[in-house]
Ligand binder design. Structure first.
Ligand SMILES: [Zn+2]
Length: 122
């Protein structure tokens, strides 16, 4: 789970959405200080076509909510994860993280800086 996923979790908790089945963010805006302004709405998956399974948002939007998730809230969620699992929250116990992607080489991996490659929470 990435920090982005954790931010989503905090956003859903704040707006009373129990999970990502019916509500998810569709827009992220970074605010000064590391806070994130999130807009989300009820969605449903596309049932056919090239983008089958991808979310689509009905118009007009339903359960349209704007919420600010602070950096501290995301960090708290991350600390809880590390306390619960003992795993490094940055690499999720893999010891390495994706550092980029190219069409030819695919995903590039590098040693996780947070845990130094051990995968353990500090
Ligand atoms: Zn790590």
């Amino acid at each position: 789970m990435s920090d982005m996923d954790r931010t989503d979790e905090v956003a859903r908790a704040k707006c009373g959405a129990p999970d990502s089945v019916w509500w998810r963010p569709y827009s992220y805006e970074a605010l000064p200080g590391g806070d994130i302004l999130i807009k989300g709405a009820a969605w449903r998956p596309k049932l056919s076509g090239k983008h089958k399974g991808q979310p689509m948002w009905p118009k007009p939007l339903q359960h349209h909510i704007t919420v600010v998730v602070t950096k501290a809230e995301t960090e708290q969620r991350r600390d809880e994860y590390e306390a619960e699992t003992g795993f490094c929250s940055n690499c999720n116990h893999k010891g390495e993280v994706s550092t980029g992607w190219s069409r030819d080489g695919g995903t590039r991996w590098g040693k996780c800086k947070r845990c130094g490659g051990t995968g353990e929470a500090r």
